[in-house]
Design a protein around this ligand. Structure first.
Ligand code: THU
Length: 128
């Protein structure tokens, strides 16, 4: 049976606003209530103001009052599956902790990681 989180990430990817890079990314985050929040990358003519799909998905969920998450999926059209960038790893750590992360491409190839393995020794509130 298809994983609805993966399906949501793939669908969100189609909304990507990526006229500059042409690199479309979708993300989906499942909260502990089972609800799925999606995001896509949103680029800007300044380039530097671009937001990645993962951060859009997290910020959408946070802005709706959701605070606990179970899983994240990231979808891109690459044979070598696309992982979250460093900035997104930091944001995911802040809000999702050591969450399960599923990477997927358009051919259904998947890899599953724990965030702590992709983001060892994070800076977080424990240092403040
Ligand atoms: N991008 C994401 O949205 N998520 C990732 O995990 C990697 C990169 C976006 C940012 C930019 O719009 C495009 O992909 C190329 O870097």
């Amino acid at each position: 049976m298809p994983d609805p989180l993966i399906a949501a990430a793939l669908a969100a990817r189609l909304n990507a606003f990526a006229p500059y890079s042409k690199f479309l990314v979708g993300a989906a985050i499942e909260d502990t209530g089972g609800r799925i929040h999606t995001g896509c990358n949103v680029e800007n003519a300044t380039y530097g103001l671009t937001l990645c799909a993962e951060r859009v998905a997290v910020f959408k969920a946070i802005s709706e009052g959701v605070r606990q998450f179970r899983r994240v999926a990231v979808a891109a059209d690459t044979e070598n599956l696309t992982p979250p960038c460093g900035a997104c790893r930091q944001i995911l750590w802040e809000f999702c902790g050591d969450v399960e992360l599923v990477l997927v491409n358009l051919h259904g190839k998947t890899e599953t990681y724990q965030l702590k393995d992709l983001f060892p020794k994070p800076f977080d509130v424990s240092y403040l």
